[in-house]
Write a protein that binds this ligand. Structure first.
Ligand code: URA
Length: 217
């Protein structure tokens, strides 16, 4: 596996000081849901900058107040695919920088006993797949949900897919690389390990509960 810092390759782990600082706030048990959501939004915008660095553009003509000039615009149709529910917290940030992106929700939850992903919401079939899908899920833990989501997107006809998360576990990164080596991974941190109930350690707890105020973390 190629892990790169600061250069987009197969697995991009950010070493940006702003991201590192903000991640500490997310990890902190005392960070309240409101602040937690704000920081998820801020980190996602910073990661988006990296994950979109190789998007292609086409030439257009623009009339400035002074003259006509050639300029560039994005040429790909981009789909954001938040994995419910914790991926929802990354959507607003992505739409801030990609306001014309489509949003395709995928509902997957982990069975608590088997840790296997179960799909409970998917309205993709029947529509045309965008040129590039960015899968949004803050925690790449076992990797099971990410693999299942990307399977669904490939069956849908998506040619190009990237995964964006906040924290990855080595186990999740390895599983995703094994099943989908063509999908680059962009994360803010690569943590130490998964515990025996599938939580990332040191991690930040349950990203859904912490965003939506539903847990005990
Ligand atoms: N999902 C979470 O929200 N947190 C983890 O640590 C693992 C999976």
């Amino acid at each position: 596996m190629v892990i790169s810092q600061g250069k987009a390759q197969e697995v991009f782990v950010s070493n940006h000081p702003l991201i590192q600082h903000k991640l500490s706030l997310l990890r902190d048990i005392n960070t309240e849901p409101k602040r937690f959501r704000e920081v998820v939004h801020e980190i996602t915008i910073l990661l988006a900058y990296e994950a979109t660095a190789d998007l292609t553009t086409r030439e257009i003509t623009v009339q400035t107040p002074l003259t006509q000039t050639t300029s560039r615009e994005l040429e790909q149709q981009i789909g954001l695919v938040p994995i419910l529910r914790s991926g929802l917290g990354m959507v607003g940030a992505m739409l801030t920088v990609l306001p014309t992106a489509q949003v395709w929700h995928l509902g997957l939850y982990r069975d608590h006993k088997t840790l296997q992903p179960i799909t409970y919401y998917n309205k993709l079939p029947g529509h045309t797949a965008p040129d590039l899908c960015l899968v949004l899920d803050p925690m790449l833990a076992t990797g099971g949900s990410a693999v299942a989501a990307i399977n669904i997107l490939k069956e849908w006809g998506t040619k190009r897919i990237k995964f964006m998360g906040l924290i990855g576990a080595p186990e999740g990164v390895a599983l995703l690389r094994q099943h989908h080596p063509d999908v680059p991974i962009y994360i803010a941190a690569l943590d130490d390990h998964l515990n025996d109930i599938g939580y990332i350690v040191p991690g930040l707890g349950d990203a859904g509960d912490r965003q939506f105020g539903t847990g005990q973390f």
